[in-house]
Write a protein that binds this ligand. Structure first.
Ligand SMILES: [Zn+2]
Length: 390
């Protein structure tokens, strides 16, 4: 089949077009339509496809195969029919802002550090770019600054299809081997790259380029970026979030970090104090337990560390098997069990078998979780675990 004429290559601002249906095929559920020409950019190169309408139907997906662009529809169209199409300009423009921003950042990473862009994802939430080398935070800051300088310079984004001999002399970046005519996108002084996606006409249309994060990735780095309106939407979201924190803490917006730090320190201090008091209560509860060989303690407020400390205290006072149960009848019990002469593992196994729980441990100590009524666990503990020599 003849290659589809890519109208977006010629004019990325064209949102309405007419075309002739050259093929209509079905997979049994939906239909895929090839046109002689289209303004719909297909999903490719890590970028999602345009959304829009064709002959009054919503276009479900757009893809490219062997230079033919396929539009997926719920209903068929007739071959030879002339149809009109239009797409969601806002989504396209926002994508072009991100995509052209990527050229600037990748061009700068290449010229300043010699790394290649080896991965690109342009989604509705964020953009990622993968580079095959490491960058420091300071280097990333410098790249971000220079990228925004290129925006402020409002440079022309040039598109051309150079002849092969001309192309051979060009030091252009390329993400993959491309056959046929090579479309070159140039941002003067910043980037020269083979690319088939739509871009803005001038860098000023990108708006702010914000590099929002970086992480190690396959021996290099993955950089997160937002441009233009997506960066503004992100700023608003962060502004709302910091505004809410600021109001909550009665702190000015630029003072929320020390205010949060102070709150955290106070919280840590209180948590320490609560723990200390809780342990005092546990010690008192253990002192009040009747004299016996074995003992078990139930407490709804114990965390893992306190359960262990309570169990140690219990073992210090009672010579036999000791168990601590933290939790409730509704949410289940976390337990630690051991002490005495018997095997904690056997006692623990008996307990989790009787109360459909799970756990594991050594002959000295067994930890697990069970669910059941406190009274029934106490009776089981008394009759089945402690009355016999384990
Ligand atoms: Zn591009």
């Amino acid at each position: 089949m003849k290659a589809t004429r890519r109208l977006f290559d010629e004019d990325s601002r064209l949102t309405e077009f007419t075309a002739r249906v050259v093929s209509c095929q079905t997979d049994g559920r939906t239909w895929r339509i090839a046109l002689d020409q289209t303004a719909f950019f297909p999903e490719e190169g890590g970028q999602t496809c345009d959304r829009g309408w064709l002959a009054g139907q919503q276009v479900l997906h757009v893809s490219e195969q062997d230079h033919v662009i396929w539009h997926r529809l719920a209903q068929p169209l007739s071959e030879g029919e002339e149809v009109s199409g239009s797409f969601d300009w806002e989504k396209r423009f926002w994508d072009m802002q991100q995509h052209t921003g990527e050229h600037i950042v990748s061009g700068l990473v290449h010229s300043l550090h010699g790394y290649d862009n080896v991965g690109f994802h342009l989604g509705s939430e964020y953009v990622t770019m993968d580079y095959n080398g490491l960058l420091t935070r300071e280097q990333l800051r410098e790249i971000e600054w220079k990228a925004n300088q290129a925006v402020a310079d409002d440079l022309q984004v040039d598109v051309s299809w150079p002849a092969p001999d001309e192309l051979a002399k060009m030091p252009y970046r390329s993400k993959k081997e491309i056959e046929g005519d090579i479309r070159i996108v140039e941002i003067p002084g910043i980037d020269l790259c083979a690319c088939c996606a739509p871009h803005v006409q001038r860098t000023g249309q990108i708006g702010i380029i914000k590099l929002t994060g970086m992480e190690s990735y396959k021996g290099g780095v993955r950089v997160y970026m937002l441009c233009g309106f997506r960066a503004l939407a992100d700023y608003r979201q962060k502004e709302e979030s910091s505004g809410a924190i600021s109001a909550l803490l009665s702190a000015k917006a630029d003072e929320i970090f020390p205010a949060v730090k102070r709150q955290k320190e106070e919280c840590d201090q209180l948590r320490f104090e609560v723990n200390r008091l809780r342990m005092e209560l546990i010690q008192s509860a253990i002192r009040q337990l009747p004299e016996a060989e074995n003992a078990c303690l139930f407490d709804p407020n114990l965390d893992k560390g306190n359960s262990r400390r309570a169990w140690n205290l219990l073992c210090q006072r009672f010579p036999g098997l000791c168990a601590v149960f933290a939790g409730s009848e509704q949410q289940g019990w976390q337990f630690i069990l051991g002490g005495g002469k018997g095997s904690a593992r056997e006692a623990g196994q008996a307990l989790i078998t009787a109360f459909s729980g799970k756990g594991g441990g050594s002959p000295q100590m067994f930890q697990g979780q069970i669910s059941g009524k406190r009274k029934e666990i106490e009776i089981f503990f008394e009759n089945h675990l402690t009355s016999k020599e384990i």
